[in-house]
Design a protein around this ligand. Structure first.
Ligand code: ZN
Length: 395
């Protein structure tokens, strides 16, 4: 009985926190929407303010001007319970600080001055952590959760970065270190960069489709798939590695050896470096970037490259659609962006026509620039963090 009552109390607090997260910011709107009694609603909101989880929002733009007494608007506190997302790339560590309401309070990329290795990783990340605090003007106590977006293979449950294609000397890095060495950090998480990137587009606000694939084609080829509202992880958390599916016998594009040690991965043909390599070996034209393609290639050469890329894109997306039966396919990244205009005209129709029973319902193109894995990683743990905070204050 006691356990049930405790759980009910916990759930009521959580419902109200989630309501505030979904932009219900006054006692009245929270009461009206959640149907929790006015008295409970009022008490809990007062409690949450007292615990320092929410605060009054005095931003003039957010006030409701209407006759009668002033209505208090609430928001999550920006001085406590903050989440810091850090995306580790070979050349930079990108940071985003959010509050529990998903609001971005600070965002900055830090260029690494030395090559990241197993040896210097702890030191570099620690230094950047303190630099972020200084630049964001936040106290050390204000950030209680750290989330990393990482490339390659991860053991999320045990916080181990197993290996990375992009940061070569990383082997079995244990992220418990940050929980132990940063005194105010209560929770540390690691997340796949592709899932984090997908989150930054769908924003995990419950309005996204429950069945989608997020396909990112840039300097590598990555995919995250959500099935019935949950990301597919696989036995070892490695599901979605579509870039490493071999296309044996394929010779139309002169492929590059893949970093995974194999020769004919999809990524060996469809990544930006593979396409640059193909242009170099076929036309003897060396480009630094795919963006130069339209200037430097003849119309005929451009058309040949376009056809090869579209053929691989079609094969890949129809395969994904038929395996997962998607509602939506999100597709983007630097390679896809080169042909945005043409793809937007024909791609959806072609994929639907080529797929079993005409899926997916929708295809959404995004720009790489609008994605932010450090933000996507941070918002993915809000729910878990709220649980932890409520456990602390209510027991
Ligand atoms: Zn591979």
């Amino acid at each position: 009985m006691l356990v049930t009552r405790k759980k009910m109390r916990f759930d009521t607090y959580l419902t109200i926190l989630n309501a505030i997260r979904n932009d219900l910011t006054t006692k009245r709107t929270i009461h009206d929407t959640t149907r929790i009694s006015w008295a409970s609603c009022s008490d809990i909101i007062n409690d949450l303010s007292r615990f320092g989880i929410i605060m009054e929002d005095n931003d003039p733009d957010r006030q409701l001007y209407r006759p009668g007494p002033k209505t208090t608007i609430y928001k999550f506190t920006d001085t406590d319970h903050l989440i810091l997302g850090l995306e580790i790339t070979p050349t930079s560590i990108n940071s985003t600080i959010i509050d529990l309401g998903k609001r971005i309070l600070f965002k900055k990329a830090y260029i690494l001055q030395e090559e990241l290795t197993n040896i210097n990783l702890y030191r570099l990340v620690r230094n950047i952590f303190y630099q972020v605090l200084e630049d964001a003007d936040k106290s050390e106590e204000s950030i209680t959760t750290l989330v990393f977006a990482l490339t390659g293979a991860l053991d999320r449950d045990n916080l181990i970065w197993i290996t990375s294609p992009k940061v070569h000397s990383v082997r079995s890095v244990d992220f418990h270190f940050f929980q132990q060495s940063l005194p105010f950090i209560k929770q540390v998480f690691i997340e796949h960069d592709i899932t984090a990137r997908a989150n930054s587009i769908i924003r995990t606000d419950n309005s996204h489709p429950k069945n989608f694939a997020f396909l990112h084609i840039s300097d590598g080829v990555g995919m995250a798939v959500m099935n019935n509202g949950v990301y597919i992880k696989g036995e070892r958390g490695l599901a979605g590695e579509i870039g490493h599916i071999p296309i044996l016998g394929y010779t139309k594009i002169s492929g590059l050896p893949c970093y995974c040690g194999k020769q004919q991965c999809l990524e060996s043909f469809l990544s930006s470096k593979a396409i640059l390599h193909h242009i170099s070996t076929t036309y003897d034209i060396d480009l630094d970037d795919l963006g130069e393609m339209h200037k430097r290639l003849s119309e005929e050469q451009s058309e040949e490259v376009r056809q090869l890329v579209f053929e691989l894109l079609m094969n890949t997306t129809i395969t994904i659609e038929n395996i997962f039966d998607l509602h939506t396919l999100y597709i983007g990244g630097w390679v896809v962006e080169q042909w945005h205009a043409q793809l937007q005209q024909t791609f959806k129709h072609n994929v639907q026509e080529g797929s079993w029973l005409g899926g997916p319902k929708d295809i959404v193109f995004y720009d790489e620039e609008t994605t932010n894995p450090s933000y996507g990683a941070a918002i993915s743990v809000i729910h878990t963090v709220m649980h932890r905070i409520l456990m602390e204050v209510l027991t």
